[in-house]
Ligand binder design. Sequence first.
Ligand SMILES: [Zn+2]
Length: 342
Amino acid sequence: MYYSSLDFYVKAFEDKPREYAFSAQSREECVLWQSTLRNRLCEISGVNRGVRCEGRHEFLRTDDINGLSGEYHLLETEPDVWMPFYLFRPGEGGEHPILIIPHGHGGGKREAVIGQEQFIRESLEDGFLVVCPDTRGSGDRREFPEQKEEPQAMRSNSHRELLQVCIGFGRSVIGTAVWDLMRLADYLKSLPETGDFMACAGMSGGGQQTLWWAALDERVNAAITSGYFYGMKESLIELPQNCACNFVPFLFETADMGDIGALIAPRPFFIESGKQDHLSGKSGLQNVYPQVETTRKAYRLLDSEECLIHSIHPEGHKWIGRGMREFLMSSRKRYTQMNERS
Ligand SMILES: [Zn+2]
């Protein structure tokens, strides 16, 4: 006999609506709500506790990853906190749009390059400067318990250790990931070879980072999340064995995932879901649709429903990528046209 307490939290989630659940009825209400929830999410995730630093940068070497030339760079994102990232340059010169691809679980930046190689190659062909960073606790940023070179250790991460430490400072793993992506964007946008348009795309944990970063930072002009968009009750509370980086103090009282998605409106947002993705929770796509509908309400109010795309594939927790290249191209075109008009 086990006396579990998990059901207590499931019920707590069901009994009380999220404090910042989307309820706007007009464009004005929607914009105001977005700014209020953004501020609250920055508070509870600790994004606003990030410590500014000099932002030192170093270029180390060039690595070959399946024939792709990845420039290995280091960027200081907080005092003496270094984020390694791979930078891939498109062929021709001129100003390039930026595409950041944060990785998911099962490794770091190198694994993201291998997992999304085709998408990276296509994006380079389309003129994007592509950047794949290591998230704190992953890849070359693993902490001492995971710093081993065996394949299993290389796929592991230190998110649990980092959450346990940073929570005592009012911070979270996803909050520090967002902070680091913000600093990476500062750096990339300061380069002479980059244009204004910046997109972010990720699978699973990379989709989570994309969702949060795009929601909190309006400089992200287009976002793609794959394998990470579902109701929190079924996917996070009923699946508490998910990685520690999913969990943020007060999150379950604050907003559901569709509310976070609604913060991206009216910017182009592409959600990819697998029909058999076990991380969507026990009701599968039925735990995804209501969240997409919440997000859609914001796009409707902001007259941009065509900018929200929900693509469903028949497989499991997997990046398929169908339609993403076209989505990025059309998002970029739309961005250029809007800037020309204004
Ligand atoms: Zn994690």
